[in-house]
Design a protein around this ligand. Structure first.
Ligand SMILES: NC(=O)c1ccc[n+]([C@@H]2O[C@H](COP(=O)([O-])OP(=O)(O)OC[C@H]3O[C@@H](n4cnc5c(N)ncnc54)[C@H](O)[C@@H]3O)[C@@H](O)[C@H]2O)c1
Length: 270
């Protein structure tokens, strides 16, 4: 497997931290970028840039030499649309794609979300690409906008863009407890082990110019999202079923104590 130089944004967060670790374990040269410091003393702090996604110069400098960007940096849930979601998730993602264009970085992996389809009834429907976009809240809208930015930059500037519509990667013990009692949550479950496998493939395998895929573990019952695109595009198929594949007794995984309490779409809110 070729060793790649990879920039991971959101590297101090739950998915970013876990992905930096697993990509480094595979021998890739990984630089983290986050507005927060890497966890003190962790291997991630070896090459970690503290910077803001809204600061194009900082992003541009951090992206020097990168062959792939994995873009996790975001406000990862409902928040103030104008003050928080637009500046980070939309303007920050625009900055990211602009830097990829300016640096001629050939591949961007964008952390999207099943919540681009949050308005659908997840208890009765399996989410498909054919459903297009149907966000159920402003967060889902920003994730859909990020996918559209990816489509634009792929089409106009020949950047290969993969949009990973992630299910539920548990960020902390509170979320693990919530998932334990949620049937829909368990159908969205993405284990740490499957996430590592997915992002290892995402930085490595040949990809079409633009693609979007649903990313969860195998899970029991009807899948939350159609697993076929991930299998077709990357050869990825989830293996774990909740609670397999995550080390609940291992504090390393819980990099993000602030985690969300409302990952599932909560109909009734605007
Ligand atoms: N965890 C999940 O279940 C899940 C599901 C679907 C999609 N996602 C997406 O995956 C990505 C990572 O989510 P997570 O669960 O690891 O969240 P997280 O909150 O643990 O990590 C997000 C990281 O982004 C950083 N960040 C926020 N604003 C920034 C800014 N302006 N500049 C630089 N860094 C900034 C934060 O400091 C944090 O470390 C997000 O894009 C999220 O939308 C996560």
């Amino acid at each position: 497997m070729p060793q790649r130089r990879i920039l991971v944004t959101g590297a101090s967060g739950a998915l970013g931290d876990a992905t930096v670790r697993s990509l480094r374990e595979r021998g890739h040269r990984v630089r983290g970028f986050d507005c927060s410091a890497a966890r003190a003393g962790s291997p991630e702090s070896e090459d970690h840039v503290v910077g803001d996604l809204q600061d194009v110069d900082a992003l541009y400098a951090a992206a020097e030499g990168a062959e792939v960007i994995v873009h996790f940096g975001a406000v990862p849930d409902r928040d103030d649309f104008v003050q928080r979601l637009v500046p980070v998730n939309i303007v920050g993602t625009y900055n990211l794609f602009e830097v990829a264009r300016m640096r001629a970085i050939p591949r961007v992996v964008y952390a999207s979300s099943c919540r681009v389809l949050g308005a659908l009834d997840w208890t009765t429907e399996t989410l498909t690409l054919e459903a297009g976009f149907a966000p159920g809240d402003h967060y889902g809208l920003t994730k859909a906008t990020g996918e559209l930015l990816g489509q634009l930059y792929s089409h106009r500037f020949a950047i290969t863009v993969l949009c990973a519509r992630i299910g539920w990667f548990v960020r902390n013990r509170n979320e693990a407890e919530k998932m334990g009692t949620s049937e829909v949550g368990q159908r969205m479950y993405l284990s740490h082990r499957d996430a590592a496998r997915f992002f290892e493939l995402a930085v490595d395998v040949p990809l079409p110019a633009f693609s979007a895929v649903f990313v969860t573990s195998a899970n029991a019952g009807r899948p939350i999202g159609d697993p076929a695109p991930a299998e077709r595009v990357l050869g990825y198929r989830g293996r774990d079923v909740w609670p397999e594949g995550s080390s609940w007794d291992d504090d390393r995984w819980f990099a993000s104590p602030r985690g969300s309490s409302s990952l599932l779409p909560d109909r009734g809110e605007p």
